[in-house]
Write a protein that binds this ligand. Structure first.
Ligand code: NDP
Length: 476
């Protein structure tokens, strides 16, 4: 019998859809799931794709069904289950076989798993898969980290199943060990910021301008035909226009305002901090979700403080145009921060992350897919090592055209008591980044005063101390 080209363990939401996608693109695939009943049901329901799928109920049978060196995708619950599954699988594998963790792993776990297998003759790939259920079934964006040799073994299958943007596959080998999962983590961090910013604009339209959900849906629908064209704006229009079949009200109006999170946003922020990179919009987005989850406290605080009255802007049409431009300006800040974190990690871990390629494979298939990412691809292709996206010619022009709008929107929100943590942090980031003379001279003076840390002088003399003595005399 012809052997399968690839194997997959874990027929949950993502694994089952990915398997069908792999089979549909003409690749024979062996599948295994911890609960055998799930495997039987999956195969029974695979319809015309049944012949391309080899359902296996034991790991021995599963491994024997795959052509060596065997690439095996593990698409199960992230964390300990992956380590356990790898341990169960190992005794059946031979030299050159590749275990591929396609779940949402912390890249530090990926580095550890990669290192642990180093002397075993087996290889490990950490693979970020974005696009949710729909992406897995019809074309995800795939971020691969591992050895180049192991990538070569899976390149054909992964290229066949990935999303395509103007015919170009949204999959790439990004570097050794944890590179793929790191990039996927930052993708999710940017996704958090993008979603938070859209929600903040929604808040201004709802609570500042008094618009209904479907009216806001119409605004997003119009924006989706312009520079903000993206999957997240597109689905925002759709959800805002959907009605609750139970109450008949707009669906969003009956959803509790408490956002969930699984950890990738938090990991992005932690790694940005570890790397010494300011990712303030992503931080604000994670903090925004945390505050959203403290609903009881917010309800109690509103009883104490009430809410300021939001005045309607005088020129509604002009303000709508400002909101559109403000979202674009802030989005540029968030993406610039995400790419800056990746650039720092690339240097730290010697990954040599290809920035234009990362932008290219995010143009389709993933949750942050957009026209905007095509523009980022062009900017990084022209200058792959630029210090920050916002200083590229194309994006500096966009920022100059839109930062005034962001300023007006943030001012309006502040005066109206409407929270815009991600929009305002993107604005402050820009204002701090483009100012040659900041205010940290005072911080350096304070540090020298209480800790004798010394400071560098503008005239070029370094490690200087101020004329304030030890600073401890007053405590004597
Ligand atoms: P599901 O909850 O749908 O499925 C979980 C799968 O994991 C099942 O096949 C389950 O097997 C298996 N499993 C759980 N624990 C173990 C274990 N200890 N040993 C072996 N198998 C186990 O998860 P998803 O498909 O949604 O997610 C899978 C991975 O993909 C996760 O890492 C997730 O973060 C990531 N991901 C999810 C996305 C999404 O939109 N859902 C998007 C991108 C990534 P059993 O049937 O026996 O319980």
């Amino acid at each position: 019998m012809e052997q399968a080209e690839i194997g997959l363990i874990g027929l949950g939401v993502m694994g089952s859809n990915l398997s069908l996608n792999i089979a549909e693109k003409g690749n024979k695939i062996a599948v295994f799931n911890r609960t055998a009943e799930v495997t039987r049901k999956f195969h029974a329901e695979a319809g015309a794709l049944q012949n391309q799928i080899v359902p296996c109920e034991t790991l021995g049978e599963f491994v024997a069904a795959i052509r060596p060196p065997r690439p095996i995708i593990i698409m199960i619950k992230a964390g300990d289950p992956v380590d356990q599954q790898m341990e169960h699988l190992k005794p059946y594998l031979s030299t050159g076989d590749i275990m591929i963790d396609a779940g949402n792993a912390n890249f530090r776990d990926t580095m550890r798993r990669f290192d642990n297998l180093k002397d075993s003759g087996l290889t490990f790939i950490g693979m970020g898969v974005s696009g949710g259920e729909e992406g897995a079934r019809h074309g995800p964006s795939i971020m691969v980290g591992g050895t180049e040799e192991s990538w070569k073994r899976v390149e054909k299958v992964l290229t066949s199943i990935s999303a395509k943007f103007n015919g170009e596959p949204c999959v790439a080998w990004l570097g050794e060990n944890g590179a793929g999962h790191f990039v996927k983590t930052i993708h999710n961090g940017i996704e958090y910021a993008d979603m938070q910013m859209i929600a903040e604009i929604y808040g201004i339209l709802r609570d500042g301008l008094g618009m209904s959900a479907s009216e806001i849906g119409n605004v997003f629908g119009r924006w989706n035909t312009g520079r903000l064209n993206s999957y997240l704006i597109e689905i925002s229009e759709k959800v805002l226009k959907a009605n609750d079949p139970i109450s008949g009200k707009p669906m969003v109006d009956v959803i509790v305002d408490r956002a969930g999170q699984k950890g990738t946003g938090k990991w992005s922020v932690i790694e940005a901090q570890n790397m010494g990179v300011a990712a303030t919009a992503i931080e604000a987005a994670v903090a925004g979700r945390i505050l959203s989850s403290q609903r009881e406290e917010r309800v109690a605080a509103e009883r104490i403080f009430g809410l300021p009255k939001a005045e309607r802007p005088k020129d509604g049409m002009a303000f709508l145009a400002d909101l559109e431009n403000a979202l674009l300006a802030a989005k540029i800040g968030a993406y610039a921060q995400g790419f800056a974190v990746m650039a720092a990690a690339s240097a730290e871990y010697n990954w040599n992350l290809p920035m234009p390629t990362i932008a290219r494979i995010w143009r389709a298939g993933c949750i942050i897919r957009s026209q905007f990412l095509d523009e980022i691809t062009s900017a990084f292709t022209k200058d792959p090592h630029v210090a920050n996206l916002i200083v590229t010619p194309a994006f500096s022009k966009m920022v100059k055209e839109t930062d005034g709008a962001l300023r007006r929107v943030v001012s309006y929100a502040a005066l109206s008591g409407l929270p815009v943590p991600a929009l305002s942090s993107a604005l402050s980031y820009f204002d701090a980044y483009r100012r040659s003379r900041g205010t940290a001279n005072l911080i350096q003076a304070q540090r020298d005063f209480f800790g004798a840390h010394g400071f560098d002088r503008l005239d070029g003399v370094d490690k200087h101390h101020g004329p304030w003595g030890s600073g401890l005399e007053e405590f004597a």
